[in-house]
Design a protein. Sequence first.
Length: 317
Amino acid sequence: MIYAKSLLNKVKFIKDSAQKKNIYVGYLGRSNYGDDLLFDIHKKINKSEYAPCLDIFDFQKIEKINDVVLGGGTIINGDIYLKALKRVDKKPRYTFCSGVIDKPISKEWSTILEGTSIYTRSEESALRLSKEGLNATSWVDPGIYTSLLYPSSSLTNSSKTLNFLVCPHGKHSNIDAFEAILKSCLSFPKSKVLLFASSFEDYSFCSKLSNSYDCQIIKGWVDIDRSNQIISASDLVISTRLHPSVVAASYGIPFIMIAYEKKQYEFINSIGAEDCIFDEKLVFLNSLENFITGKKVLLGVKQWHDGFDEFIRVFGD
């Protein structure tokens, strides 16, 4: 599956790079809602068009590139992105809010990033890079601005149904824990659960749950606008995947983030929502009623929204 997607990416990049002289290097073309959302946000705030880049044929010659952006996510120190940047042979102008950097970066990466304006998703990562002599500034995950760029759902909930959106991770979620979560959600009168697969690898996990609980599955990577609307229409989002929670926070939708990786704490700390992250085995032991309080924008989210113009100034054109 990965080989097929890689091949399609390479063929597409030949066409895109011939037409567009700006390149965005990121985890793209791999059916992933979070990474595709970040690229879509970057497109919305830039008039210039950028060709998405991850996989490149070794024989392809890339010439006359105007600009290179290193996309958002946990990318710095990744071999596949380093290879792409070497093939492009132009240093990134900036990073679109890189994810966790919790170990020294390689000499090759340090050389690639010399002169790049590196924006990270935490002060800790920015400080580490600064100590290594690089130009780093802390920011936030760009997904926090989703509600300012995509309209929320216009659908009205006339039936007063309680809508839960449950987003497991295909690799890091436990089926027994998620069955307990679904049972807890469905114990509410007039409740409805949608399963949200952020990537293709989540789909089989969602299918197992769907077979047992007859829940509809949303393929989050297929239509970014629709996925955002579905999140905005939820009463509670419960997610192991990072970006459904990021987008929920942006719309003021109550959310529970299930911990599995440092990047989740990185986001939680950036908006001051430390009481919204749990181990998956503890979620159903906490009263979900405490989280279902209607739309409410967290103070930490509001602060980032208030700085939206600065976000456009730094990352847009």
